[in-house]
Design a protein around this ligand. Structure first.
Ligand code: SF4
Ligand code: SF4
Length: 408
């Protein structure tokens, strides 16, 4: 074990303050579902006091990586480092599950293969019924006890639709757009909105076509070799593009490429990571966007990886206040329960956590729920429909684009 991990373990004062707001602990209530318990478990496991078992694995995997406990921990324990370390160790010693190995090592590094599989999926999805409340969602009757809805796969991915270079008329900035897998394949209209919004405000947008997955799901399973391959490719590709910034509309991709690439690749990724911005953050910081203030009421859900992960909370709200009638929802910073692959591996628990978000939305007088992460959109859309709450869910950029003055 390296010294920094031992240092993080030693920092834990066993105060239990991480329990107060952990979305998993609040549902499950067991010590092994929260950081204090995981620290004790990891120490015992590393000391050889307990053997590896399904219970140890499950304890390490039952974490959304929402980072809320890291923010509240008075001792400053780096929970992200501990979880990464534990999952990497399990992957190294006991292997990555077969399906994960196929996806992380064979599929994600090969864009054309990924495209072909998604194309096949977009044809097969026609067999799935559309959700009555939101026609963009499909119902999965044979999985997750028939409860899950997923967004339709786009007929053409964002990377196929978007031009490689979209020059701006009065160029103020040049950005490279990091699309992200979920946006690319299921929310291509969000990618288009992001590019149009930036471009109409003087930004030349370059969309490198050979970009790959940021690696977030790979990190979640501790497959560091596969992750390194994706990260090295993305860094080399984006470093070859001359631009002022790298912009993304996905909170999880943003945190991943901003915060995890440097610990993984060292200085080689420093220049790349320093250029990464969330789209809302970039607009608020560098562009003077004029909005047509619309009467439509809108609220905002904070994605954990943008809020706790990158410290961006006010920028999206300021933009929304200018663009529409903003209403803050209760507990907007509470995790939506998605957690990427967590919502697949722990669907029922994830849905239980989302129920609190749905309640907040139900109690907020807003027509539109916005957020800055396609993963949160997916999770919230699914549960809103499941609980019969009729609200439109949009990416921040979609809402802002509709409020954009026609001739900025
Ligand atoms: S809040 Fe921090 S110091 Fe306290 S038990 Fe949790 S991890 Fe340990
Ligand atoms: S990262 Fe989130 S889910 Fe994981 S232990 Fe911390 S608060 Fe709980």
């Amino acid at each position: 074990m390296n010294a920094s991990i031992q240092e993080e373990l030693n920092k834990c004062a066993r105060c239990g303050k991480c329990r107060a707001q952990c979305p998993v602990f609040l549902e499950v209530g067991t010590e092994m579902s929260v950081t204090r318990g995981r620290v004790a478990l990891l120490e015992a496991y590393l000391d050889g006091a307990i053997p590896y078992s399904d219970k140890v694995r499950e304890a390490m995997m039952t974490c959304l990586r929402c980072l809320r406990c890291q923010e509240t921990c008075p001792a400053g324990v780096r929970v992200d480092m501990l979880i990464n370390f534990a999952r990497e160790k399990m992957a190294t010693e006991f292997g990555v599950p077969l399906l994960g190995r196929i996806i992380f090592r064979a599929l994600l590094p090969r864009r054309s293969l990924f495209d072909a599989l998604v194309r096949a999926g977009s044809i097969l999805q026609n067999l799935l019924p559309r959700s009555g409340q939101d026609a963009r969602l499909r119902h999965l009757p044979l999985m997750f006890h028939g409860k899950r809805r997923i967004p339709s796969l786009s007929k053409r991915s964002a990377l196929k639709i978007l031009p490689e270079v979209l020059p701006a008329k009065n160029e103020k900035k040049v950005v490279a757009f990091f699309v992200g897998c979920l946006t690319n394949y299921s929310y291509a209209h969000v990618a288009q909105a992001i590019v149009e919004l930036l471009n109409r405000n003087g930004v030349t947008v370059i969309t490198p076509k050979r970009q790959l997955c940021c690696g977030q799901p790979v990190l979640s399973y501790g497959d560091m070799k596969a992750l390194r391959r994706l990260a090295e490719h993305n860094v080399a590709l984006f470093n070859s593009v001359e631009c002022d910034a790298i912009v993304t509309g996905c909170a999880s991709c943003g945190r991943m490429i901003r915060k995890e690439y440097v610990p993984l690749l060292g200085e080689a990724a420093a220049e790349f990571s320093a250029k990464v911005y969330d789209v809302g953050e970039f607009i608020a910081k560098f562009l003077d966007v004029e909005f047509e203030h619309r009467r439509e009421t809108v609220t905002y859900h904070d994605p954990c990886h943008l809020n706790w992960g990158q410290g961006i909370t006010e920028e999206p709200r300021d933009l929304l206040r200018a663009a529409g009638e903003y209403r803050e929802m209760p507990d907007a910073k509470r995790c939506c329960g998605g957690g990427g692959s967590f919502s697949l591996s722990h669907y029922d628990l994830s849905a239980q956590i989302t129920a609190h978000k749905v309640e907040s939305i139900r109690n907020t007088p807003a027509d539109v729920v916005t957020t800055s992460c396609p993963g949160c959109m997916l999770q919230i859309q699914d549960r809103l429909v499941a609980e019969g709450v009729n609200r439109r869910v949009e990416h921040l950029a979609e809402f802002l684009l509709k409020s954009q003055k026609s001739d900025p």
